[in-house]
Write a protein that binds this ligand. Structure first.
Ligand code: SF4
Length: 399
């Protein structure tokens, strides 16, 4: 708890620091999936649940995790394409959380999004030139007379030839289309770009070109990226920080080299064990995760990862781990690194046994209640059958 408070104090002071461009504090996004007759939500899917991190200007943070862990929802909530259900978002020290659509308009150019699929994210009836020029006109980035030259300049920076200006998206390959998407995002001079799996739909050779382009643009224009991906080799190459997500929660956060060299969380270790090693003499030791990812609508109690964790202890089954700073700037949510928990395992085992006994007693009580109800209905039915039989007998006798 003390660690958590220390983290919070650090967070607040960093939110005001010039160096930090984006600060997210305890961000939540829940999607309702069941409502009662009065319209109140009775069950929700916790896609993003209490996430905190910060990004320094001109750097890249990688957000990694399996499909369905909430990476994309996190990116869209930061952009306020989804309204957050809790927590705070700071951009350059200004809080965005409660701004309405009109107030958000002035930040729309500063924060841009590059989508995963370059095939469906471009309007097919517009030429490349008009796709890139449209936001430039709308946000009055340069005087009208200079728009053409400005667009050509952006196209060249993104590796697109000026003669492509009048062509349509269908005339291009996947890699070139993603360059068009990048050019469109850069046309409004953003400071922060959220890249949602920008290379996952592309061939490996094209992926390298796009990643190098993003890196080059970061060095020349000083962009900051939130890079969402499940490809850890790409993340290692482009990021300075990594945030590992599982079922809407942060499992681990730290500097890229530190996380690759010394992963702490069992989930991170399993994920990183799948990264291919470019050295044929090094034998890979894959950690295979058993079972499927649980439903985010009904996550397991305690540590959300406990159903798949090889290090699972009794305490993990009922107590959610605290998010602590295990090493300087290296945060993890796992009981294995919590001194208080590890020193009191016997007490937690006893607590788990007590809770289990209570749960089993509750189940038995419910079973007995159901059986009693069934017996009652059965005897009522027998009585009704008996009465019906009597009536039938009387009728026969009368006849
Ligand atoms: S808290 Fe327990 S179940 Fe969760 S990752 Fe750590 S050891 Fe595994």
């Amino acid at each position: 708890m003390e660690n958590l408070n220390r983290e919070n104090e650090k967070n607040t002071s960093e939110a005001c620091s010039d160096d930090v461009i984006l600060r997210v504090e305890h961000l939540k996004k829940y999607f309702p999936i069941e409502k009662n007759l009065l319209g109140a939500t009775t069950l929700s899917l916790k896609a993003v649940d209490d996430i905190s991190f910060s990004v320094k200007r001109g750097t890249t943070i990688g957000v990694v995790g399996e499909s369905g862990c909430g990476k994309t929802t996190l990116g869209r909530t930061i952009l306020k394409l989804y309204e957050p259900d809790g927590g705070k978002i700071f951009f350059e020290g200004q809080e965005l959380t409660n701004l309405n659509k009109k107030q958000m308009r002035r930040f729309r150019t500063d924060i841009q999004l590059i989508f995963q699929d370059p095939y469906s994210s471009l309007p097919p009836r517009m030429t490349v030139g008009s796709i890139i020029a449209e936001p430039v006109y709308v946000h009055k980035i340069v005087p009208k007379a200079q728009v053409y030259d400005y667009v050509i300049d952006i196209m060249q920076k993104c590796g697109l030839r000026p003669q492509y200006f009048d062509r349509y998206p269908h005339e291009f390959s996947g890699g070139q289309r993603q360059r068009i998407c990048i050019a469109r995002a850069l046309a409004v001079k953003p400071k922060l770009v959220i890249c949602d799996e920008p290379v996952s739909a592309l061939d490996v050779s094209i992926q390298a070109q796009i990643i190098n382009l993003l890196k080059e643009l970061q060095q020349t224009i000083g962009l900051t990226y939130v890079f969402i991906s499940h490809d850890l080799s790409v993340v290692k190459y482009i990021t300075e920080q990594i945030l590992v997500m599982y079922l809407g929660n942060v499992m681990e956060l730290g500097e890229t080299d530190e996380i690759f060299d010394h992963p702490l969380h069992p989930y991170t270790k399993a994920l990183f064990s799948a990264v291919p090693m470019p050295n044929p003499d090094v034998k890979m030791q894959r950690i295979i995760l058993e079972g499927d990812i649980p439903s985010p609508a009904n996550p397991p109690a305690g540590c959300k990862f406990h159903t798949r964790c090889s290090r699972c202890m009794n305490v993990c089954r009922f107590k959610a781990p605290e998010y602590i700073e295990a090493f300087p700037n290296h945060f993890v949510a796992c009981h294995l690194y919590n001194k208080e928990v590890m020193e009191n395992l016997a007490a937690y085992d006893a607590e788990y046994e007590r809770l289990e006994a209570e749960r089993l007693a509750r189940l038995e009580e419910e079973r007995l209640k159901k059986e009693h109800g069934r017996r009652k209905t059965g005897s009522a039915d027998d009585a009704a059958d008996g009465a019906a039989g009597g009536e039938e007998k009387k009728e026969t006798e009368i006849r």
